[in-house]
Design a protein around this ligand. Structure first.
Ligand code: ADP
Ligand code: ASP
Ligand code: MG
Length: 409
């Protein structure tokens, strides 16, 4: 008998029929004799609906109250799923994040889990109950409701699995596992049988939203056995592996993209010590995260400085940058919020050269201009115009031999 944590995402619990189907899947696992904790998301579209509702009332909703509102989405689905389990004759109890003591820090909207008190959950399990937990939410030390950022139910599930030392954490979603790229954009994408934690972390951080990056970090840190599967189709899914595969390693395991970025440039700033820190310090004081950064080689004692931010921070960052430009007597500020970042990811890059040149050649052949480049040991990212997203990702997918029908996984 194993202890399994299952998580069902928004589309998996999108309506009463789907909730009944999930109850059926839970019942099958339970009937096999396993102990079970189930984490659920809000019904698909619900978190967005609540967000829109908030902004109708307040253009910049206070973070604490927004979390109170957003957390209601998951409270609906835990109750409904638990009712569906009761109807099937299973003992089950639903809990909000607060009730099972998912303790977080106090950063509303992107809180981090610091501790989970598993006493209540263990007691229920020992009484033969299925425990149904609301994803995406927790509570801070002062008792305020917090949320974990978009996609946060994945992290709730993995953190629960870590706290309970579960035998497996299963993330049920609307695709059959982790693919070489988003199957909705790249029809030739292939499901991977396994992917290393390290690669999955890069893929998730670079925009593959199938798992929240924090959940992969948790899985890596606490060695949680993690699998991504479909709640719609039977299948083996994808194992997130803690050991690198001993079999021959694919050069590139996947291609991720992120449409949520925008680019800003401050032109003609003095090329001298302290300027970068003045620019980026000013932006980060505005509570804005900066992603890629490029500084041009200086000429005539001045230089240009370009960086990317989350698209929702674009206007705010631009205003801040204009203030900084005035102080530094810079030549001006430009920006573009119609860009995407595309990244190729693979641990095979460590031992192979030529990945960057293949990437650049492929984009050039399609007439796609590269605006920014950044690299790390296992990934290369480029920024290109948003309109080229599909073309670029599909061309790279083919160029790196990832298309389905191209040999073994
Ligand atoms: P859930 O509501 O179940 O949490 P999400 O929408 O958050 O589901 O994540 C699943 C989606 O992630 C898929 O529908 C797919 O479009 C997208 N996705 C992006 N990149 C990948 C990838 N490499 N592999 C699988 N899915 C991906
Ligand atoms: N409901 C939240 C969201 O839409 C959390 C999740 O689904 O993981 O982001
Ligand atoms: Mg998700």
């Amino acid at each position: 008998m194993a202890l399994i944590v299952q998580k069902y995402g928004g589309t998996s619990v999108a309506n009463p029929e789907r909730i009944k189907a999930v109850a059926e899947k839970v019942a099958v696992t339970r009937a096999a004799g396993h102990d079970l904790v189930v984490v659920v998301s809000a019904m698909s579209g619900e978190t967005n609906r609540l967000l829109a509702l908030a902004t109708e009332v307040h253009p910049e909703p206070p973070a604490r109250e927004l979390d109170v509102l957003l957390a209601t989405g998951e409270q609906v689905t835990i109750a409904l799923l638990t009712m569906a389990l009761h109807l099937r004759g299973y003992q089950a109890r639903s809990y909000t994040g607060h009730q099972v003591h998912i303790l977080t820090d106090n950063i509303h909207g992107r809180a981090r889990i610091v501790d989970i008190d598993d006493v209540r959950v263990r007691s229920d399990l020992s009484h033969g109950r299925v425990v149904v937990v609301a994803g995406f939410q927790g509570v801070d030390q002062e008792g305020n409701i917090t949320t974990l950022g978009r996609g946060g139910s994945d992290t709730t599930a993995v953190a629960m699995a870590a706290a309970l030392e579960a035998d497996e954490c299963q993330i049920y979603t609307d695709v059959e596992g982790v693919y070489t790229s988003d199957p909705r954009i790249v029809p030739q994408a292939r499901r991977l049988d396994r992917i290393t934690v390290e690669e999955m972390l890069e893929m998730a951080s670079l925009g593959a939203k199938v798992l929240q990056p924090r959940s992969v970090q948790f899985a890596g840190k606490y060695k949680v056995p993690l699998r991504v599967l479909s709640s719609f189709e039977e299948g083996p899914g994808t194992l997130i592996a803690h050991e690198e595969n001993e079999m021959e390693q694919a050069l590139i395991s996947g291609i991720a993209f992120n449409r949520d970025e925008a680019k800003l440039t401050i032109m003609g700033v003095p090329d001298q010590p302290g300027v970068a820190s003045q620019i980026l310090g000013g932006v980060s004081d505005g509570n804005i995260n900066v992603d890629m950064i490029v500084q041009n080689v200086g000429a005539d004692g001045t230089t240009d400085f370009t960086f990317t931010v989350h698209r929702s921070d674009y206007q705010k960052a631009r205003k801040i940058l204009e203030g900084i430009a005035a102080k530094l007597s810079a030549r001006g500020v430009t920006g573009d919020d119609k860009i995407v970042k595309i990244s190729v990811v693979g641990v095979g890059m460590r031992s192979h050269t030529g990945i960057a040149s293949t990437m650049f050649r492929t984009l050039a052949a399609e007439g796609i201009n590269i605006q920014m480049i950044s690299t790390s040991e296992i990934k290369i990212s480029v920024v290109v115009e948003e309109k080229y997203l599909e073309l670029a990702v599909r061309a790279l997918h083919t160029a790196f031999g990832l298309d389905s029908g191209n040999g073994a996984e």
